[in-house]
Design a protein around this ligand. Structure first.
Ligand code: ADP
Ligand code: MG
Length: 308
């Protein structure tokens, strides 16, 4: 039998855009002492915008890099892909992007596709330089010009990817994403509740630390450059240290970590995110406002105080 107070608690939460899968979930929020926040789309808007296309000095083909990269990314829903494709379309003056075939997505690494470049089929790759280098792309090693541009952009706090075709790195594309206005306050409220926040991302460390500083997360609580399958390990490691972990995420990449957090703590999905993340979670924050996370925990603590 479910105590009435739990049902009232879930009803109150629903009015605030916090959907709780079952009243018993409120029980597990009580002990939460640690919260792991996905960066892109959870703490930030997740709407990246293309800032620059950087090509090695004397190499004037930025428009070409953007066009082929945009065509290759057209098959991906990733915020990086959307930003690149949107900017490439906008630069086309109404004509369509080149056709692409054989698209494949490599989670946490990049994409590849064959793009029709005015009649010439080109194998285009867009992604992390380390991944490109592992695919045998020339010019994607740390000392190469394009990679140096990439690293400089990252040091400056941007997200950057490299575009390559026919086995050679051609340019770096830099992107920016904004922190949601509500995120700093959400994190301050979590701290007030005695919960320690961590920032988790596949993105580069400099970009991650820039976001962490903006929202009040300590640099030593930033876990950056993690592959999608390692997000789960971050949660498991914290649990092994005896922490009761809540995780908030929005992406396909976050689903396993969300489910693991839910086993002993809490998984929370952004309602603005993917269905996979929502299905893996105990709670959905319908409006995608991170302040709903401390609200959910506060409601649940208050509800349980009434019962006990
Ligand atoms: P996050 O955890 O911030 O959501 P992801 O795990 O999705 O990040 O991606 C990590 C990194 O992998 C990106 O910063 C980028 O370098 C690369 N990457 C992933 N998807 C793509 C893509 N569609 N195009 C280019 N690069 C990508
Ligand atoms: Mg995300």
């Amino acid at each position: 039998a479910t105590p009435t107070a739990l049902l009232v608690g879930t009803g109150r939460a629903a009015q605030l855009g916090i959907l709780i899968k079952g009243p018993e979930i409120l029980e597990s929020t009580r002990q939460v002492d640690t919260i792991v926040l996905d960066k892109t789309g959870t703490v930030t808007e997740g709407r990246m915008r293309l800032a620059e296309v950087l090509t090695p000095a004397g190499d004037d083909h930025a428009a070409h890099v953007l066009r082929l990269a945009g065509a290759a990314e057209a098959g991906s829903e990733h915020p990086i892909a959307r930003a690149v494709t949107e900017a490439a379309r906008a630069a086309q003056d109404g004509s369509p992007l080149p056709r692409s075939t054989d698209f494949s997505n490599h989670a946490g690494q990049g994409v590849s596709a064959t793009v029709d470049d005015g009649g010439t089929p080109r194998l285009v790759l867009v992604g992390r330089p380390s991944w490109l280098a592992a695919q045998g792309v020339v010019g994607a090693a740390p000392e190469d010009a394009v990679t140096r541009e990439h690293r400089a952009a990252e040091r400056d706090g941007a997200t950057a990817v490299v575009a390559a075709w026919d086995g050679r790195a051609r340019g770096a594309l830099t992107l920016r994403d904004e922190v949601k206005d509500t995120s700093p306050e959400a994190i301050a409220q979590l701290r007030t509740l005695g919960i320690t926040p961590y920032l988790l991302t596949g993105d580069n460390r400099a970009a991650a630390e820039r976001v962490a500083t903006r929202v009040g997360i300590a640099p030593d609580h930033v876990v950056a450059e993690v592959l999608p399958e390692q997000k789960l390990d971050v949660v498991t490691d914290l649990q092994a240290q005896g922490k009761v972990v809540a995780m908030v995420g929005d992406g396909v990449n976050d689903a396993a970590a969300l489910a693991q957090a839910g086993r002993r703590g809490l998984g929370l999905a952004m309602g603005t995110g993917t269905d996979v993340a929502i299905e893996a979670s105990d709670i959905t924050l319908v409006r995608g406002d991170l302040r709903a996370a401390p609200t959910a925990i506060r409601i649940s603590r208050r509800t349980l105080r009434i019962i006990k």
